[in-house]
Design a protein around this ligand. Structure first.
Ligand SMILES: CC(C)(COP(=O)(O)OP(=O)(O)OC[C@H]1O[C@@H](n2cnc3c(N)ncnc32)[C@H](O)[C@@H]1OP(=O)(O)O)[C@@H](O)C(=O)NCCC(=O)NCCS
Length: 159
């Protein structure tokens, strides 16, 4: 029997859970993110609560166990929404959790009226690039350094 994947939106009251998941992501997959574990580990409760208030953060659970996360927020510069901070616990990869989180974030973006979703993915992150391409995202052509000598690329999906 296949496992049930459920997603739910977190609130500022979930900050301790979110802190645990985000720190696990930064520690396990530093190549995937612009932020670092060292930069996040000492952040105070207030900043975790603000993060959950400022953006829409979801977690996925598989049979009640936290399996991954994704965040989406209205872009500062356009009417697009930005996807950030996506991560699936290695124990749950290649089981559709990433696709489910992406579908949940895109559903939120559609529901609030966004017409485009943007994200940045690092050059080395082939798994995520494939996931996004499979979901219909295409490269915009914009690239920037995420770390010295390492590029990240912008991808876009028209909803
Ligand atoms: C990228 C990531 C989120 C994928 O999560 P996942 O739950 O394994 O994804 P899914 O099982 O839903 O897979 C969806 C598709 O993504 C692609 N994909 C996922 N992992 C892959 C891998 N290791 N190699 C190649 N393609 C991969 C495939 O196209 C896959 O479809 P398929 O299984 O039908 O071939 C996960 O590997 C992860 O958390 N990586 C570290 C953090 C990260 O990269 N975050 C994204 C930052 S932009």
């Amino acid at each position: 029997m296949s496992s049930a994947i459920n997603t739910r939106r977190l609130t500022p009251e979930d900050w301790q859970l979110y802190r645990r998941v985000r720190l696990a992501a930064l520690k396990e997959a530093p190549y995937a993110f612009g932020s670092t574990y060292e930069g996040a580990v000492d952040a105070p409760e207030r900043s975790w609560r603000e993060r959950l208030a400022d953006r829409t953060c979801f977690i996925a659970e598989v049979d009640g166990v936290v399996a991954g996360t994704i965040s989406i927020t209205a872009s500062t510069y356009s009417r697009a929404a930005d996807i950030t901070a996506m991560w699936v616990d290695p124990r749950f990869r290649r089981q559709g959790v990433g696709n489910t989180l992406l579908a949940t974030a895109l559903g939120w973006a559609r529901a609030v009226g966004h017409e485009q979703v943007l994200l940045w993915v690092t050059d080395v992150n082939v798994a995520a690039q494939r996931l996004y391409a499979q979901g219909g995202f295409v490269r915009t052509g914009a690239s920037q350094e995420v770390r010295p000598g390492e590029l990240e690329h912008e991808m876009s999906l028209r909803l």
